[in-house]
Design a protein around this ligand. Structure first.
Ligand code: SF4
Ligand code: SF4
Length: 66
């Protein structure tokens, strides 16, 4: 499950996230980035690397103990 979200209209396409991703899971094209879910391990390195705070890391929701 992909926990990284790209905020609308915030990405500057600088490529910083692409360079830090250890899984080569981010594809930067002209005016567009895509995160490849099958490769992403949700390590969040891209989130911390983004100078524009364009990426959001959603914490996994734990099911309540019954
Ligand atoms: S969370 Fe990690 S593996 Fe996924 S796209 Fe970001 S840097 Fe790559
Ligand atoms: S580091 Fe941030 S602004 Fe740069 S390409 Fe990645 S998501 Fe976009």
């Amino acid at each position: 499950m992909l926990l990284i979200e790209i905020k609308d209209n915030t990405c500057d396409f600088c490529g910083c996230c692409v360079g830090v991703c250890p899984e080569d899971a981010i594809a930067l094209q002209e005016a567009r980035i895509d995160i490849i879910e099958e490769r992403c391990t949700n390590c969040a390195k891209c989130v911390w690397a983004c100078p524009f705070e364009a990426l959001i890391f959603h914490r996994p929701v734990r099911e309540a103990a019954s």
